[in-house]
Design a protein. Structure first.
Length: 570
């Protein structure tokens, strides 16, 4: 039986933890409200965190799970590059590279600010923002068919962007002018610097109130409590080894075989072991998942499956062991491209959820979500100022059904959690028109509880020369599996539609497609898997699905024929 470690003062620890959460919430709100790009100010594609002087995560803002790995890697890289003695008050560090600075992919730019008290380094404030373009071959800096990180944009190792309180304008200009919208990049980076400064000031205020030693003791207690709580959850699980596999359509180039994502989860008395042996080889294209991003997938899945209220801090990491085959799609070698790593990350998280079907009681099992983070990118000349706009949108799909509820319709699952860009904002900012934004009928898996519906988003170009790129998956394999005898969700689709109504199917990862005025692109995302046999769904629920146009009569007849006969008799 696991014996928990002692915590000095549980009540004070809980109060302290909530005060830290309030600081990160304020940082996150500052970053979102003050940014200039639609991707951060509207879609909230950003995250914040606080770390102690040893580089241990103390608290993370509630935003994008995948960013957890990037922020961890950034702070670790700052300490490795400069050491505590080489970090000075007023410094701010910037980095993004997965190989040089343990980042996630190049558009995710990390800013790290040391926090001092009486001349002593005590904390780090950190944030990451996904910049809608960071240079490279294609607008948006991400395309599945890119073969090297050198094609994906500007690579930043850990560099000081502020030195003892003075902004390095030359470095800022160098970074901004290697992107397609220099003004927007420079402004957003300044907002990221200011966000950390606000967080650092709040931490200093907390220390002034509590005292430094009491603050640092509370940090240890928060981490210890999280580690205790997770180990107690693990101790209550069935010991053994459980396996699952997901599939990617290809490795990014569109002409290869499907790629397996395999995980074996071993439950031991006080820890979990995640072994990805058997996962496919390093991708030729940009589907590779850097190690720190892979780790974030594991951390997220454990928290979501075992204890959603568990704090995201260093104590969450310590009871977990992760085994990765070298030179695989989940542990690539330099200089493999990594831009589309979110697609692989979603499949990794989904595979872990699938493996836990053998661990958890049936009441906590769920069907697979869409397990994809499909994204569309449109670019063209800015209206009224220099540079090019880059509009990025990642689109939700169906979530998996649970024991007591249908899957949610049209949401992000697993590693991404960004908002959609409102139609009004999109059409105001860019020469684009949204022709349709709707749920996809018949896309959720049939079952006692049905899977959630995918989304359809159709966007038309209003001018010639708009350039379109997309990254998606689950077009040919990898549909969202149902659980406990339920059906899978429907696969995704991508189409180019001419002004005359002609429709042409597109592959899941087209790059740099130039549109004419009147042409539109339609993306239909995957539905979620159901749960339980379709024969067990109530006739009332089937009638409700028909009335709400969740399913067509033809689809209902194919999956719920018995219920339809019952409805006809009544």
């Amino acid at each position: 039986m696991y014996q928990p470690e002692a915590v000095r003062d549980p009540i004070e620890m809980e109060v302290f933890n909530n005060r830290l959460l309030s600081i990160t919430e304020d940082m996150n709100n500052t970053l979102v409200r003050s940014s200039f790009s639609t991707n951060i100010k509207e879609r909230k594609d950003c995250s914040v965190a606080l770390f102690d002087a040893r580089g241990r995560l103390v608290v993370q803002g509630t935003q994008i799970p995948l960013h957890l790995g990037s922020l961890n890697g950034a702070v670790t890289s700052v300490l490795a590059r400069y050491g505590a003695d080489g970090i000075h008050e007023g410094d701010v560090f910037i980095c993004n590279d997965p190989y040089l600075a343990a980042g996630s992919h190049l558009p995710d730019v990390n800013l790290v600010t040391p926090v001092f008290h009486d001349g002593r380094l005590v904390f780090f404030a950190a944030n990451v923002g996904h910049h809608s373009d960071f240079g490279g071959v294609v607008a948006g800096s991400i395309a599945g068919n890119l073969r090297s990180i050198f094609a994906e944009g500007l690579r930043l190792p850990v560099i000081r962007i502020m030195r003892t309180g003075v902004l390095d304008e030359d470095l800022l200009n160098l970074i901004a002018n290697n992107t397609r919208d220099p003004e927007e990049r420079a402004l957003d980076l300044k907002v990221q610097i200011a966000t950390n400064a606000r967080g650092a000031a709040a931490v200093q205020g907390l220390i002034a109130q509590m005292g430094l030693e009491k603050t640092l003791a509370a940090v240890d207690d928060v981490i210890t409590y999280t580690r205790n709580r997770l180990r107690m959850r693990i101790a209550g699980l069935k010991q053994g080894t459980y396996q699952f596999e997901n599939w990617l359509d290809d490795d990014g180039l569109g002409d290869g075989a499907p790629v397996p994502v395999r995980v074996s989860v071993t439950v031991l008395p006080d820890r979990l072991v995640f072994d990805f042996t058997g996962t496919g080889p390093q991708a030729r294209g940009a589907m590779n998942l850097p190690v720190n991003a892979l780790n974030a997938c594991v951390y997220y899945a454990v928290k979501a499956l075992l204890d959603p209220a568990l704090a995201a801090n260093e104590g969450l990491f310590e009871p977990l062991e992760i085994i990765l085959p070298a030179g695989s799609i989940v542990n690539p070698n330099h200089p493999a491209a990594v831009g589309a790593r979110s697609l692989t990350a979603q499949k990794v998280a989904g595979a872990i959820f699938g493996a836990f079907r053998g661990v958890l009681p049936e009441s906590r099992v769920m069907g697979a979500g869409n397990d994809v983070c499909p994204a569309i990118v449109f670019s063209g000349g800015n209206r009224g100022r220099a540079g090019e706009f880059v509009y990025l949108e990642s689109i939700g799909g169906g979530s998996g059904a649970t024991a007591d509820a249908d899957g949610m319709d049209g949401i992000h699952v697993h590693m991404t959690n960004s908002s959609n860009l409102p139609v009004e904002a999109l059409e105001n900012e860019y020469p684009l028109r949204v022709d349709e934004y709707a749920y996809v009928q018949d896309s959720g898996g049939a079952g006692r509880q049905r899977g959630g519906m995918g989304l359809a988003r159709q966007i038309r170009s209003l001018v010639d020369g708009i350039v379109f790129t997309a990254r998606a998956d689950s077009h040919t394999v990898g549909e969202a599996s149902g659980a406990l005898g339920a059906g899978p969700g429907r696969r995704a689709r991508l189409e180019l539609r001419e002004a005359d109504g002609t429709v042409r199917a597109l592959p899941s990862k087209p790059a740099a497609l130039t549109l004419l005025a009147g042409q539109s692109v339609r993306m239909e995302t995957s539905g979620g898997g159901g749960l339980g046999a379709a024969s067990e769904r109530s006739a009332t629920d089937v009638a409700g699905d028909l009335a709400d146009q969740v399913v067509t009569p033809e689809w209902a007849q194919a999956h719920y024929a018995t219920q339809l006969r019952d409805l006809q008799r009544s």
